[in-house]
Design a protein around this ligand. Sequence first.
Ligand code: PRT
Ligand code: ZN
Length: 286
Amino acid sequence: MAILRIAIQKSGRLFDDSTALLRDAGISFGSSPNRLLRAPANNFPLEIIFLRDDDIPDYVEGGVVDAGIVGENVLLEKAKDIRLVERLGFGHCRMSIALPKNSDYAGVQSLAGLRIATSYVRILENFLAKKKITVEIHEISGAVEITPSLGLADAIFDIVGTGSTLLANGLREVETVLESEAVLVAHRALSLEKQEILDRLLFRVTANQNAKNYRYILMNIPNERIADISRLLPGMRSPTILPLAEAGWSSLHSVVREEVFWDVLEQLKAAGAEGILVVPMERMIL
Ligand code: PRT
Ligand code: ZN
């Protein structure tokens, strides 16, 4: 029987969320990647391979592994011929250009001719080419943020999370080049059996993501408001309406997207809904 090999980061910022994603999909596997760099799943046709994030795109392209979880920043930098299957909603960061905090900046043109240190040469080159700006790129493998204070560069291009590393090094962000998150990637041409396993995995992952993106909501409404209130709640197909013991009233159940949730709540209240309850969901299959 076919087994799908998936690479995840061996240790580092994506490790916890990547293993949690697989475990939340009901997949169990041994937990100690320190010595063991591969772990077969016990209850799903999956083998987990623990790698450095930088190696994952190459391994996926070459077919050494079938799929992987990696930062979009790494995916773009490596520019391998692989498929982006799904954004995973963790590992959020941005990639920005930063200058010493007191230097003048009047738009991207100010970067012309500067020495910019980075580990992400390709992404930076693409950005500057689009803006038609020429700079001197210095490729550095780590601790990019200290190069301006050492006089090795005039600016840096690097990953920013909270921004406190930039601040601590006397730098200020002047251009955001990319917003990134962890993504599921796959080999271009998986066998039918392996693609089926990937689809099963994706089905589980999506059910979990949907549950995070939606809230289950129930409320009491006077019967004459059913039509109005239903319009505010498209739900999955249409809301569920159940009669209350008290005549003239119904209980309405539906789901609401997280990002519009507060707006909808206000509209429901204004439209006469009472006793509104909001409950988290475990899984949601659309
Ligand atoms: O060993 P391996 O090569 O696998 O790991 P790595 O050291 O190359 O990567 P790692 O674990 O640091 O990051 C893995 C992925 O996490 C990155 O490729 C990004 O997709 C994502 N990510 C999310 C981040 C950050 N947030 C982040 N803040 N990667 C790096 N940082 C750095 C940032 O550059 C700064 O130096 O963390 C530091 C703290 O950031 P601030 O802005 O919060 O101060
Ligand atoms: Zn790395």
